[in-house]
Design a protein around this ligand. Structure first.
Ligand code: PHE
Length: 424
């Protein structure tokens, strides 16, 4: 049914808009390598709107990877071509964007999104059409649970929430036992990460002294922060996106709240410190990588990215780069752009040397054994605070100063690795 609808829509769109007959170029059942032309890859992302830097950085990372691959001859003798749709940071538009990429452009696979709610809206469309989707950065567990065509390149929120809760209760000096949580109820990412954090924080003997919420788009957080202040937490955990974090930090300091804010990867943006300024000093968050990592793979990536874009790459650029390269590698191994064959090849990704660590996908289509970095705002710049290694898994290149972890272990960064990045 869906496929029939798709074929009709494709025909109408192609004939109507381009005035030429539809050509089979991968995607769903109409997939074929017969043309031997460019391989079309879809990308959907927040190139504008409230999370615009998520989409922009991811796009930069993807384009850097694709240009390198094409410069080296492409994949199986064919060049890659990326078709990009801006979903304006909105879930409905993410669904529309992916529908268009599949039905109208017949892309062989889709890269995106960053915000989990947007990936959740689009994933069922990819799944129903049997077009593989790789989200570089969506960490909510439900995303890859949408089906066997949905993959990710990043760790998931149960891991991220647990890591921060363990860090605060065990490794932070002084140890923290009283936390407040401020959550964005409109975001699947935020609600999920808040609950995973709480689970471990409480299991470790900590207490959540206040819980408050806001909705994406809010700009006044004072009443929530006033309630939180009265509960006297030692830290406020805010699993939100960078735009809101900057404003929340500013209003918290205005209200005389001096304790640090802590958060997750959603803080990551070149705009974070621009918006929050000195109000973010001493605040910290978990992330997928850090730009000062001396590992050659990271150092090379950072140098090339700075040359091309004049900016230090954030983790989204790194994950976008990894996602595009894993996809190209999978197309190569599949020897085909057929949806089912490509799906199988992506699923078989093993020990792929990514910028964000070695990528091996588990049976749930999530990478196993990825490390996590905790970054802190220090003197208006991001500094590495700690590296967290997952337990029992073979992770990527050895972390600076890390010994093999028995259980989830936090390592303080080596003194040399703490230099703050130049321009974020
Ligand atoms: N993990 C966030 C989500 O799922 C997205 C994100 C990833 C944002 C990495 C910034 C950096 O919504």
């Amino acid at each position: 049914m869906t496929r029939k609808w798709l074929v009709i829509l494709t025909a109408v769109a192609t004939l109507g808009i381009l005035g030429c007959p539809p050509k089979p170029e991968g995607g769903g059942s109409g997939n074929t390598d017969a043309t031997g032309g460019e391989i079309l890859i879809g990308e959907y992302g927040s190139l504008s709107g409230s999370e615009a830097t998520f989409g922009q950085s991811t796009h930069n990372g993807i384009m850097m990877a694709v240009d390198e691959i094409n410069g080296a001859g492409g994949v199986n003798g064919r060049k890659l071509k990326v078709l990009t749709e801006d979903d304006q940071s909105k879930a409905e538009e993410a669904a529309n964007a992916v529908t268009k990429l599949i039905a109208q452009n017949s892309v062989v696979a889709v890269l995106g999104e960053v915000a989990s709610s947007n990936s959740l809206a689009a994933a069922p469309i990819c799944q129903n059409n049997k077009v593989p989707m790789i989200t570089p950065a969506s960490t909510n567990p439900a995303v890859t649970e949408k089906g066997d065509y949905i993959f990710r390149m990043c760790f998931i929120d149960p891991y991220q929430g647990e890591a921060m809760a363990n860090y605060l209760t065990k490794d932070h000096q002084p140890k923290i036992t009283k936390a407040a949580i401020l959550v964005d109820v409109k975001s699947d990412y935020s609600t999920g990460l808040a609950s995973f954090f709480e689970r471990t924080f409480v299991a470790n003997g900590g207490r959540i002294v206040s819980k408050a919420s806001y909705s994406k788009g809010d700009s006044d957080f004072r009443s929530q922060l006033t309630t939180i202040k009265a509960a006297a937490p030692e830290v406020i955990f805010v699993p939100g996106y960078y735009n809101d974090i900057g404003q929340i930090a500013t209003q918290a300091r205005d209200l005389g709240i001096t304790v640090p804010l802590a958060g997750g990867d959603g803080w990551e943006s070149p705009k974070l410190i621009e918006i929050g300024g000195k109000n973010l000093e001493g605040c910290f968050y978990s992330n997928h990588y850090h730009a000062e990592d001396p590992t050659p793979a990271v150092a090379n990536f950072v140098t090339k990215y700075r040359e091309r874009f004049g900016q230090t790459p954030d983790s989204l650029a790194a994950l976008g780069y990894d996602a595009a390269r894993v996809l190209a590698d999978s197309i190569k191994r599949a020897g085909s752009t057929d949806g089912a064959k490509l799906r199988d090849a992506i699923a078989a990704t093993k020990d792929f040397a990514g910028v964000t660590g070695n990528i091996t996908l588990g049976p749930d289509r999530n990478p196993v054994g990825k490390k996590l970095a905790i970054l802190e705002v220090r003197n208006g710049q991001l500094a590495l605070k700690a590296i967290v290694d997952p337990s029992g898994n073979a992770s990527g290149p050895a972390a600076t100063g890390t010994t093999a972890p028995a259980a989830s272990t936090t390592t303080a960064p080596a003194a040399t690795a703490t230099t703050a990045p130049a321009a974020r």
